[in-house]
Design a protein around this ligand. Structure first.
Ligand code: FRU
Length: 610
């Protein structure tokens, strides 16, 4: 089922194309080798795309695009040396009728021009009018957002307007490794079906386009119009500075504010996240002072002039860098009482190594955030998700019905570039609606539940079990076979006399994921050490552990399986756990057993995904 469709014309939605090279390889292309590491590629033919052959293990070549002799842009592409892994398209349509020359600087370790001429890239450069974005990846999720090709990391600038959820993301259109950061763009009316839109923001002379946020300027405070969507992101050049952009076409294209940057600091600062503080009548912006493990808080009347008001940090988990902040208020325990939540993504130094999302609960007076302390007077470390693959999570601005809906990047910087896909790399988590609850220790915690829209994914249950005892011998249920086994499992277990409940997903290749509910410890662990392909990184095989936040030995799980991801939401989102897996074949069974004493499945349903 292909529910991620594209609004682009066949010609615009070019994907990374396999096997595109042929006899006409150099037709319409003239190649001049100027030196061992320098080649000119002249485009003579009138085609829509130049397909660039990529070999991922190579270093980047610098491709300087000259238009009528002037440098228009520079992109970094891992041009092929000995073999072509895939092709990425360079769109020639904006340059119709102009003279296009690529001045390419390679670093292929060749010693003579004669040798350099043999590099696979030269004979495989191809002009083409058509593109094939058909999915070639067995691990591409079915109901999670992914780019149709290329690399993706953080979600960026999400806003909701006129019934449409906008999702931008850190994007490399010229390869499936991190590089050439731009803002890719997708839109959705239901948070499930995503439409790929053209790239929204591309690098400027100030640098590439790092993470940031968008907001609706309904009071026209910035003077770009009350219908304008305003964005703020980090221009990553030699320095990291903050750039303001605005859109008059609902976030499809953005104008660059000529007086950028609007915020500069001496040390690394990035990922501006802004919102309108209606009470104070001003804008608030939170900026990650990455190496200093703090978030800086600025205010502004117009998003152009910003005043630093305070900083919050040097507490909580502080290994690695602090990145991608978000600050918002939430209702407590479904009452009218409100508290503020400051999200501080952190990498490395996450709870299970590498990247993770921590948060603080507290108060915000318009200028300063103050975190709550625990009974011992300390500011506790709290994690939003207890898996290894949940990062850079931020929320939508202007979401309807006062919802606070967030989405994360479903990977980890420890191995994101090495996972076994090539046409694309990385998916987003399912969108999650956030709320606050009081746990038995008296502390406030963030609950993440799959956004209500996700219920529409459910087909007719293939398994439905009620009130069934479980003992040492496992109760085993088949998982749906359709769509590569994608499904949602809903299971309520009452541990009764049992001390440990084992839930195992397995396939016929002997691969498995073992989840263990430890009743006395109030934890659920997730073991992916034998889940499938795990050897692409020493950091991938792992066991992650979540607190279950229950007191009565009852656990209620929603488990979403989508090709290469498993998201577990427990006890109404009181804990969430997101982990990638790469099984050779889809898991075909779920077995539930109790290691000691008998327990009971109150309810088990397995829904195929529609
Ligand atoms: C987080 C991050 C951000 C930065 C972006 C660059 O994953 O490092 O801090 O803006 O990725 O792609």
């Amino acid at each position: 089922m292909n529910i991620i469709k594209s609004s682009l014309t066949a010609a615009m939605m070019l994907g990374a194309i396999a096997g595109a090279a042929g006899a006409s390889t150099t037709e319409g292309i003239e190649i001049d080798h100027l030196g061992v590491n320098n080649t000119l590629v002249r485009i003579k033919g009138e085609s829509k795309y130049l397909l660039l052959p990529v070999q991922e293990s190579n270093d980047d070549a610098q491709v300087n695009v000259l238009v009528d002799g002037n440098l228009d842009r520079t992109i970094n592409v891992r041009l092929a040396k000995s073999k072509v892994d895939y092709y990425v398209p360079f769109d020639l349509t904006p340059y119709r009728g102009r003279n296009i020359v690529m001045n390419i600087v390679t670093s292929q370790g060749r010693t003579s021009v004669r040798e350099a001429k043999d590099d696979a890239c030269w004979k495989n450069l191809t002009l083409s009018d058509t593109l094939d974005t058909t999915n070639r990846e067995k691990y591409r999720p079915v109901y999670h957002h992914t780019p149709s090709y290329g690399w993706m990391n953080d979600p960026n600038g999400m806003f909701y307007k006129d019934g449409v959820w906008h999702l931008y993301y850190q994007y490399n259109p010229y390869g499936s490794k991190w590089q050439n950061m731009s803002w890719g763009h997708s839109t959705s009316k239901d948070l499930i079906h995503w439409t790929h839109e053209p790239i929204a923001i591309e690098p400027t002379g100030l640098g590439t386009v790092f993470s940031g946020s968008c907001a609706l300027d309904t009071t026209d405070s910035a003077g770009f119009g009350s219908d304008a969507v305003i964005g703020m992101y980090t221009s990553a050049g030699v320095s990291q500075t903050q750039s303001l952009v605005w859109s008059k076409d609902n976030g499809r294209t953005f104008e660059f504010y000529p007086s950028n940057p609007v915020i500069t600091l001496e040390s690394e600062a990035r990922d501006p996240n802004m919102f309108w503080d209606a009470k104070a009548g001003q804008w608030v912006l939170v900026l990650a002072h990455a190496l200093d493990h703090e978030m800086l808080i600025f205010t502004s009347p117009d998003m152009k002039d910003w005043t630093l008001r305070s900083s919050f940090g040097k507490v909580g988990a502080q290994d690695g860098v602090w990145e991608c902040p978000d600050l918002f208020k939430l209702k407590v325990d479904g009452t009218d009482k409100e508290k503020w939540v400051l999200i501080c993504n952190l990498n490395p130094g996450g709870i299970f190594g590498g990247s993770a999302t921590q948060y603080f609960v507290g108060d915000f007076d318009g200028n300063t955030f103050k975190a709550d302390t625990d009974a011992a007077g300390n500011i506790p470390v709290k994690w939003m998700d207890f898996g290894k693959d949940h990062y850079a999570t931020v929320s939508w601005s202007d979401a309807p019905d006062n919802r606070r809906t967030a989405i994360g990047w479903m990977s980890n910087w420890q191995y994101a570039g090495e996972v076994p896909t090539m046409q694309f790399r990385s998916a987003n988590t399912l969108p999650r609606d956030l709320s606050l609850f009081t746990a038995s220790d008296g502390e406030l915690y963030l609950a993440s539940t799959p956004s209500p829209e996700m219920k529409a994914l459910r087909g007719t249950p293939t398994v439905s079990v009620r009130n069934t005892d479980i003992r040492k011998k496992a109760v085993s249920c088949p998982l749906p076979a359709a769509n590569g086994g994608v499904c949602e499992i809903l299971v309520d277990v009452n541990a009764r006399k049992s001390s440990k409940i084992n839930l195992t997903l397995a396939n016929n290749a002997g691969e498995k994921v073992v989840m263990l509910y430890d009743v006395a410890a109030h934890t659920l662990s997730f073991d992916r050490r034998e889940s499938g392909i795990v050897d692409f990184s020493q950091d991938f095989p792992a066991v992650t552990v979540a607190p279950t936040f229950e007191e009565n030995g009852k656990i209620s799980l929603r488990i979403f399986i989508d090709k290469s991801s498993i998201e577990v939401f427990g006890n109404d989102g009181r804990f969430a756990m997101t982990n990638l897996v790469f099984p050779e074949n889809p898991y075909t069974s779920l077995s539930i057993s109790s290691t000691v004493g008998n327990a009971r499945i109150d309810n088990l349903k397995i829904y195929p995904i529609k």
